[in-house]
Design a protein. Structure first.
Length: 552
């Protein structure tokens, strides 16, 4: 009898596996027939987001954490967002509202967002507030929160449970996978116009206030050998690892039988590496479950650490720059790792995420007037696919926002930017009083991009701080550039053999209409300082075409 029952169980398991595999393969096969589903595509050194079969630049904004939880609250916001010249909105989707009762799903909020975004000609990026949101598990359903005997929590060193689901529980992971898969399946079935173009899996994953989980489950994994998959990845890619990774593993044998402490020593840095691996494994499983239903691009975001802070003093073990090798090794179904930038030196954070070939998408950045300059730099210098200030809806004059003016110009330039991305023809700059000049090598010329206040024409140049200024520069010919931005002055110097002096043939202001250049005024007088520089004053926004020549 026992043998019969065992055989029956085995037979049922095989049937279930075959059935599930068939569903996954069927879903993928159906998606292949829909050539317009959002996807990623390489162009030169850039990665582009393809929407409805065409490259797409996300001029985006992220809503506040609770904004989408109520129909009435959201209703007046959609027109406001459209007036800011956005084409994409990042919107939270809450596990507790999608699955208020276990195994009973409610997608009404998602359906309404898709419907309203379409009315206002806006695309959506869904932010899955699942197991973790800003480190904690605050948006998990009540039925999960109150059942800590089934859904296990992380614990601190003292053994106190935290409001953080442990990534070492299969019960936690499988519950999240099931609901996320149901969400993606629903989107595939209902979003026929592809309003949803990307999904964020979880939100700002990280451990606090300790660098690692000290629950019994976590301790058991910590005592095991470092996973062979990680060792293999490190050995295979040893010549391409980030400096932080190489330093952590240098002079180590990397034996597959060694525990985390035996390999790395006992430290908070070891704790963070350990947690990063298992957070990434968990998140990857969730992404896999969703992509099995609808394989659109998915990314994970990171709450950045302050300089000098130690693991445990910031949300540790998320996809931070010094941990990207670990996340790349474990989370193969995640397409992009992205920074949420609230720290200074936003340029450096973008550089850190791009230098290992990771596509640059800034899904969250502190909202303010500086965004109007930052966005030119991000798209120009990093071939970014999107930019998105946080709490974008908190404005009374959406069409007068500085960012709205920048988005207006970038919207005009999008066809040209997307044509040139990844080909070495686009450059970006951001300057202020501390860093007033940037030198850019662009083809046959060296461009000196200065803050407009360096010219001394404005009385505000004497103030202690200058507003951030920026521009995007696009080479459209051997001696021709399109410049768009605010608050900059550019001089030109030859950077190749030939006559030693660069002169300006002409500077024209203008605009792009349906991708075609429409010239306005010729600015060869006071506006370009009698041929000395291209200039866009602080407080003004403009697109200018400059043609150069060389002489002795």
């Amino acid at each position: 009898m026992r043998k019969i029952l065992y055989n029956s169980f085995f037979f049922c398991a095989v049937i279930l596996i075959i059935s599930y595999s068939g569903q996954v393969n069927s879903a993928l096969a159906q998606d292949k027939t829909d050539k317009n589903i959002p996807r990623l595509q390489k162009q030169g050194s850039a990665t582009q987001l393809i929407v409805d079969g065409k490259p797409f630049l996300m001029l985006a904004g992220e809503l506040g954490n609770s904004s989408t939880s109520n129909f009435a609250y959201m209703r007046p916001l959609w027109p406001k967002l459209a007036k800011m010249n956005l084409n994409t909105v990042l919107v939270p989707v809450y596990w507790e509202m999608v699955e208020p009762v276990e195994d009973k799903f409610d997608f009404s909020l998602v359906d309404t967002m898709i419907k309203d975004s379409k009315k206002n000609n806006l695309h959506l990026v869904l932010l899955w507030f699942g197991s973790w949101k800003n480190s904690t598990s605050c948006y998990t359903p009540a039925w999960l929160k109150i059942n800590s005997q089934r859904f296990f929590r992380a614990q601190d060193k003292a053994g106190h449970s935290l409001e953080i689901l442990t990534p070492f529980s299969e019960e936690n992971r499988d519950a999240d996978c099931k609901t996320f898969a149901a969400l993606m399946k629903h989107i595939k079935q209902t979003d026929k116009t592809h309003q949803v173009i990307m999904v964020q899996v979880e939100n700002e994953i990280g451990m606090l206030p300790d660098a690692r989980d000290h629950s019994q489950l976590a301790d058991a994994y910590y005592a095991k050998a470092v996973p062979k998959e990680l060792i293999d990845y490190l050995q295979k890619n040893k010549d391409k690892l980030l400096p932080e990774t190489s330093k952590a593993w240098e002079s180590k044998s990397l034996k597959t039988t060694s525990t985390w402490e035996e390999v790395l020593g006992k430290s908070v840095a070891t704790d963070e590496l350990f947690m990063a691996w298992y957070f990434a494994i968990y998140t990857n499983k969730v992404a896999e479950a969703g992509k099995a239903e609808y394989p659109i691009p998915m990314y994970v975001n990171a709450a950045l650490n302050k300089a000098g802070s130690k693991p445990g003093e910031y949300p540790s073990a998320g996809p931070l720059p010094h941990l990207l090798d670990i996340w790349r090794a474990a989370a193969l179904s995640i397409d992009i790792f992205s920074p949420d930038i609230y720290q200074a030196n936003f340029q450096q954070w973008c550089q850190k995420y791009q230098k290992i070939g990771n596509p640059v998408f800034v899904p969250e950045i502190a909202k303010g007037e500086q965004n109007a300059a930052q966005v030119f730099y991000v798209f120009g210098q990093h071939d970014a696919m999107g930019f998105s200030p946080f709490s974008i809806e908190t404005t009374d004059n959406p069409d007068k926002e500085p960012l709205a003016k920048s988005y207006n110009m970038l919207s005009q330039l999008s066809p040209l930017i997307l044509e040139k991305q990844g080909k070495g023809d686009i450059y970006g700059s951001a300057v202020d009083k501390d860093n007033p000049v940037q030198n850019i090598k662009a083809g046959n010329y060296l461009l000196h991009v200065s803050h407009e206040y360096t010219l001394g024409l404005s009385p505000k140049a004497k103030e202690e701080t200058w507003p951030l200024s920026g521009c995007i520069i696009i080479a459209t010919g051997t001696d021709e550039f399109i410049v768009a931005g605010t608050g900059v002055a550019i001089t030109f110097e030859p950077n190749s053999p030939g006559d030693p002096i660069a002169g300006i043939v002409s500077v024209d202001e203008g605009s792009f209409v349906n991708g075609k250049w429409v010239a306005g005024r010729r600015l060869n007088g006071d506006q370009d300082n009698q041929g000395r520089n291209l200039r866009i004053p602080v407080g003004d926004w403009g697109i200018q075409k400059v043609k150069l020549y060389r002489f002795k």
